[in-house]
Design a protein around this ligand. Structure first.
Ligand SMILES: Cc1cc2nc3c(=O)[nH]c(=O)nc-3n(C[C@H](O)[C@H](O)[C@H](O)COP(=O)(O)OP(=O)(O)OC[C@H]3O[C@@H](n4cnc5c(N)ncnc54)[C@H](O)[C@@H]3O)c2cc1C
Length: 507
């Protein structure tokens, strides 16, 4: 069986959906999205069970204006209602009797560190001034751009003020040591590195610009109702505009005729022919595993740096928990040793560090009355280091037991529903390479011109969008990626005329 469309998009993660929306605004309507899973959204997905609703992955985002830009540029009112996070999050450090609430207001923040870090607000201000300078000096020059060649990237990089160069080669942790004297402040302000899927010991200090985005620039936001509203709303708009979806369809290999990419074949043998193809599958792994490129062979993929793998647990409780916020981190007392060893270890951590999100604290509709829904995320080694997850239940139990003792309230006897996704589950569900949660890591050799490109090296009608291509991982970055990918397509292709004339009427 052959399916034809003008544009074929492989995968339905945020990058794919945002690219499709942008293309419809430019008159492209004959778009087919094929997705391996049975729901759209990729990592930004939803799990509903026993009256509880869980967002599977992302629980908040920065740079909300990237979503505003997406909808504005597609001439639709923004259908999402954002909710600001304040405090940004709460951190439970082992050995401390009270949690640290991380406020954007530096005077309030200083109170949280009383007796531990003197003059915190002025130290923080210096940290943030420097982080802000890095953000604004790189945002338009390198971060939000695509590069046709490596020299073009290096040239753009050379235009970044040289005063930032030392922080490209210094670790975030070292920079924090230079700014803050207490271990507590260093550990807490280093947590942003985990949003890039790495530890502060192997994240370049330039990424302190993330601290600027959280504290000063735009803060953190979640979506009223559910993060999955992002997917629901975009899919609704796409369907109104005639975009078609084909679920439970995995793309296996390219169809190349006379040196030209004609489309792709799915694992069940169907042909998908298109003038333009976009892959939202991991941009590095797809080149190796589907396109069969030797340069991206498994051996090379395995030598690349990948972000940490997620161990996630979705738990429904038939009780309310007191004293917790929407976003909470639970950390032990051996941060350095934990970060140094756990991510390359073949065993699950005995005393895990983890993040807990409790959406029912701000949106009662996601759990039955009097109940609480909990999302646990524990960063763990990817499948290269720990391929066997037969001990997933035991790690889940260790997390619940630690959580129970840290919050001082019975938890385990109140569990009425529980689902665990190990890195193996994440790999199988969404083709995440080796179960890596955020895709390729963001070391200097894997960003900008060194990151897998948006335009394919061989075929001029194949493009990539998503976390492992440019600029990088996380929801706002993926939205930027869709702008870059759609930009290349619009520059080089025309919408098939009959459909586009009809479609513009509906805009
Ligand atoms: C546990 C977790 C928590 C996170 N938390 C946050 C957060 O709080 N804030 C934030 O900003 N970011 C967060 N992220 C990162 C964010 O989810 C990702 O950066 C973003 O969703 C990636 O989008 P994407 O466009 O790359 O597509 P993906 O989500 O990777 O989707 C790609 C889609 O393509 C499909 N696919 C792959 N290969 C094929 C194939 N061969 N054929 C057909 N279909 C295929 C997959 O099934 C998938 O649906 C989190 C990620 C995880 C895993």
């Amino acid at each position: 069986m052959t399916h034809t469309s003008q544009v074929l998009i492989i995968g339905s993660g945020l990058g794919a959906l945002a690219t499709a929306l942008r293309l419809t605004a430019h008159g492209f309507r004959d778009i087919l999205i094929v997705e391996k899973a049975d729901t759209p959204g990729g990592r930004l997905n939803i799990l509903e069970q026993d009256g509880f609703r869980f967002d599977t992955g992302p629980s908040f985002f920065s740079m909300s204006y990237e979503f505003d830009e997406l909808f504005q540029s597609c001439q639709v009112p923004n259908p999402l209602t954002y909710r600001p996070l304040d405090p940004l999050y709460t951190v439970y450090l082992a050995g401390h009797s009270r949690p640290f609430r991380i406020f954007r207001d530096l005077k309030r923040l200083e109170k949280e560190f009383e007796g531990l870090e003197s003059g915190l607000s002025s130290k923080m201000q210096r940290w943030l001034d420097n982080a802000g300078a890095i953000f604004h000096d790189t945002e338009h020059r390198v971060v939000k751009r695509d590069f046709d060649t490596l020299p073009a990237y290096l040239w753009a990089l050379a235009g970044v003020p040289w005063k930032h160069a030392p922080r490209m080669f210094m670790s975030m942790w070292k920079d924090l040591e230079n700014h803050f004297s207490s271990e507590e402040a260093r550990v807490i302000f280093s947590l942003v590195s985990f949003f890039l899927g790495n530890t502060p010991f192997d994240t370049p200090a330039v990424y302190k610009l993330l601290s600027y985005t959280e504290f000063v620039h735009d803060g953190y936001w979640s979506v009223e109702g559910s993060m999955y509203d992002i997917v629901n709303k975009i899919v609704g708009l796409l369907k109104e505009r005639g975009v078609r979806f084909e679920f439970r369809t995995e793309i296996a290999e390219p169809i190349v005729e006379n040196g030209r990419l004609k489309g792709f074949r799915s694992t069940d043998g169907r042909r998908f022919e298109a003038e333009i193809c976009v892959s939202n599958s991991d941009a590095a792994a797809f080149r190796g595993l589907v396109m069969g490129r030797r340069r991206w062979h498994t051996k090379r993929l395995d030598r690349m740096e990948w972000t940490l793998a997620p161990f996630t647990m979705y738990v429904g409780l038939n009780r309310k928990l007191h004293g917790l916020n929407h976003h909470n981190y639970f950390l032990g007392s051996n941060f350095r040793q934990y970060a140094d060893t756990i991510f390359k270890s073949s065993v699950a951590p005995e005393k895990p560090y983890y993040y807990v999100n409790i959406p029912s604290k701000s949106d009662p509709s996601c759990a039955p009355e009097g109940c609480e829904n909990l999302f646990f995320l524990c960063p763990v080694p990817d499948l290269r280091f720990k391929p066997d997850w037969s001990d997933a239940e035991a790690l889940g139990e260790a997390i619940l037991s630690d959580f129970e003792s840290r919050v001082g309230q019975p938890v385990r006897e109140h569990v009425v529903t529980k689902t665990i996704w190990s890195p193996k589950t994440w790999e199988q569900k969404f083709n995440l390479y080796r179960g890596s949660g955020l895709g390729l890591a963001h070391g200097l050799n894997q960003i900008g011109g060194f990151r897998p490109a948006i335009r394919d090296e061989e075929f001029d009608n194949l493009f990539y969008v998503g976390a492992s291509t440019r600029p990088g991982t996380g929801l706002p970055m993926v939205v930027i990626s869709s702008r870059l990918a759609a930009g290349h397509i619009v520059e080089n292709f025309q919408p098939s005329s009959k459909l586009s004339e009809k479609s513009f009427v509906n805009l």
